[in-house]
Design a protein around this ligand. Structure first.
Ligand code: IMP
Ligand code: MG
Length: 173
């Protein structure tokens, strides 16, 4: 598989993002919400460079595109999301593709009355956005290719690669 972003490049960029996030929150406590499962590796590397009091929550977002539900309708499992009222909240996800997941998710979490709500993604695919929404922190912009590794999967495989690779023969998921 062709390596798109090396492990070294990822680590260097995460250090820069952590620096930006540390400066933005200025030691105020924040709640990090990781979107399962793809954000886990990004979350683990990023939080170890944050010099802020943090809480970590996790949520699962699955979109059903079958005939039974509205296309793109999002199902959220929020059992592991702590109370967000009055907290600075930073959502972490692996990749911003059409933007539907993060747009619906932020809308939902805003109802929990956080003090602030921001979004950080490791990757953003250029030319795919269907929603007027821009993440606050973006690791890398990438072309419209299917990628795996560093948390991201194809049929639940390849999440453990230390780099981001292009999966050449992925049939569109
Ligand atoms: P969106 O709602 O279209 O932005 O979908 C974002 C979600 O789709 C991400 O959180 C990933 O789980 C998944 N996804 C989109 N593109 C890729 C990819 O290239 N590789 C792996 N997962 C992807
Ligand atoms: Mg995802």
């Amino acid at each position: 598989m062709e390596i798109l972003i090396s492990a070294e490049q990822i680590q260097k960029r995460i250090a820069e993002l952590a620096h930006e996030i540390n400066a933005a929150y200025a030691r105020h406590p924040i709640t990090i919400i990781g979107v399962l499962t793809g954000s886990l590796i990004f979350l683990a590397d990023l939080v170890r460079q944050l010099e802020l009091p943090i809480q970590i929550g996790l949520l699962q977002a699955s979109s059903y595109r079958g005939a039974a539900t509205t296309p793109g309708e999002l199902q959220l499992s929020t059992a592991m999301v702590p109370p967000l009222k009055g907290r600075h909240v930073l959502i972490l996800d692996d990749i911003f593709d059409t933007g539907q997941t993060l747009a619906s998710l932020t809308e939902h979490l805003r109802e929990k009355e956080p003090l602030s709500l921001r979004v950080a993604v490791l990757l953003r695919k250029i030319g795919r956005q269907r929603i007027a929404f821009t993440p606050d922190y973006i690791g890398f912009d990438i072309p419209d290719v299917f990628v795996v590794g560093y948390g991201m999967d194809f049929n639940d495989e390849y999440r453990n690669l230390p780099h981001v690779a292009i999966l050449a023969d992925a049939t569109a998921p």
